[in-house]
Design a protein around this ligand. Structure first.
Ligand code: GCO
Ligand code: MN
Ligand code: MN
Length: 395
């Protein structure tokens, strides 16, 4: 399909895809599937061929809803065989709490205790499955945890119910002795009119209210934060700084649209560049070292071949952006502009925390307001350098 070069993906790059991503048959609200349904075992083999490291799944991506215990065990056994034969791993698993009609008004936040019970039951079984396959991260995306008619429940009760569910499931993981962390994935809307805990920032605060906050982090998705009109880079930066970036969903999205889940880097290349730069720790921060998951799917125009072009494209673009970001950072012209201005006396004061003496010294400091205000910062040049590096005409 492709000739090998330095951007050819390899398992060492830690790229992963969901079974539901490359397995997406192109169904949308306006039309049916345009591609054949692929078996999970075929997806594993094809992803391995493309250079991916692992595959993630919802319970129902692998085990059909309502399957018998014997059927489940047979499927799991064969799937484990496919993973082994292809040298693939399952780093993350999750529960489908949105497809079955019982979840039409949410799962953990439903008004009906029977629905909430069923959601916990399904999630505990899905966790058992994920752990059996080797998953270390468990994602919670509240697909239908939201409303159209907001008078149906108090949004305050929804918060409490969601918290109760996550606390309960942390308890289950402890009780079972599972080595499993949770990653909460926010989305502002779709399929509900409004989904609770709409952004990564909301999730970060919610985590601080849990019984076991250390077990729980976030799984930000490019498309979701972009739908909310936010900077993905700023959102993941806050999560990274808080030590909470437990997983990531990379894809492409245009602002103001439905959840497009496009190939990584296919939209807003500059945001993708800055995302890779930060994840890789290129500006000097601690890098993200977890799996690099693409939660995206091929255009509906594509056949099977196009699906694998899409998968390889996500991974190649990540690697190309990484190499471009390294070149950008190494450019002396760039460094000259972003070099931090230092002042030993002021830095000592600013970094020393509050004291009566510091307050007096800061009050007494003489700052040349006019000179500072008059000087341009060179960010036009910086941004043009970024664009030129990104486009490969420099460095
Ligand atoms: C979406 C979501 C999902 C989740 C997945 C794992 O908008 O459909 O991004 O793809 O990531 O369900 O929780
Ligand atoms: Mn999405
Ligand atoms: Mn996602």
């Amino acid at each position: 399909m492709h000739t090998m070069d330095t951007f050819t993906p390899t398992p060492a790059d830690r790229f992963t895809f969901g079974l539901w991503t490359v397995g997406n048959p192109g169904r949308d609200p306006f039309g049916p599937s345009v591609r054949a349904t692929q078996s999970p075992n075929r997806i594993v083999a094809k992803l391995a061929e493309c250079g991916a490291y692992g595959v993630n799944l919802h319970d129902e991506d692998l085990i059909p809803f309502g399957a018998s215990a014997a059927e489940r065990d047979r499927i799991v056994k064969e799937f484990k065989g496919a993973l082994k034969d292809n040298g693939m791993v399952v780093p993350m698993a999750t529960t489908n709490l949105f497809s079955q009609p019982i979840f039409k008004d949410g799962a953990f936040t439903s008004n009906d205790p029977r629905v909430r019970t069923f959601a916990l039951q399904k999630t505990m079984r899905a966790m058992d499955l994920g752990v059996e396959l080797g998953a270390k991260t468990y994602v919670f995306w509240g697909g239908r945890e939201g409303t159209e008619s907001d008078a149906c429940r108090s949004p305050i009760d929804a918060m409490k119910r969601f918290r109760d569910a996550i606390n309960f499931l942390c308890g289950y993981v402890r009780d079972q002795g599972y080595d499993l962390r949770f990653a909460l994935e926010a989305k502002p809307n779709e399929p509900r009119g409004d989904i609770y805990l709409a952004t990564t920032g909301h999730m970060l605060h919610f985590i601080s209210t849990l019984d076991e906050p250390e077990r729980v982090g976030v799984n930000p998705e490019v498309a979701h934060e972009t739908m909310a009109g936010l900077s993905f880079v700023h959102n993941i930066a806050q999560a990274m700084e808080a030590g909470k970036l437990y997983h990531i969903d990379l894809n492409g999205q245009r602002i103001g649209r439905y959840d497009q889940d496009l190939r990584f880097g296919s939209e807003d290349l500059k945001q993708a560049f800055l995302t890779v730069r930060l994840l890789e720790g290129i500006p000097g921060n601690d890098p993200y070292t977890g799996p690099l998951h693409f939660d995206a799917h091929a255009y509906r125009t594509e056949d099977d071949e196009g699906v694998w072009e899409f998968a390889v494209g996500c991974m190649r673009t990540y690697k190309i952006l990484k190499s471009r970001a390294l070149a950008f950072e190494a450019d002396p012209d760039v460094q000259e502009i972003i070099a931090e201005r230092t002042d030993d006396a002021l830095d000592a004061l600013l970094n020393g925390g509050y004291s009566t003496e510091a307050a007096e010294a800061i009050s007494a400091a003489s700052i040349d307001v006019d000179t500072i205000a008059k000087k341009g910062l060179g960010y036009e040049r910086l941004d043009q350098l970024l664009v030129e590096h990104m486009m490969g005409v420099r460095g």
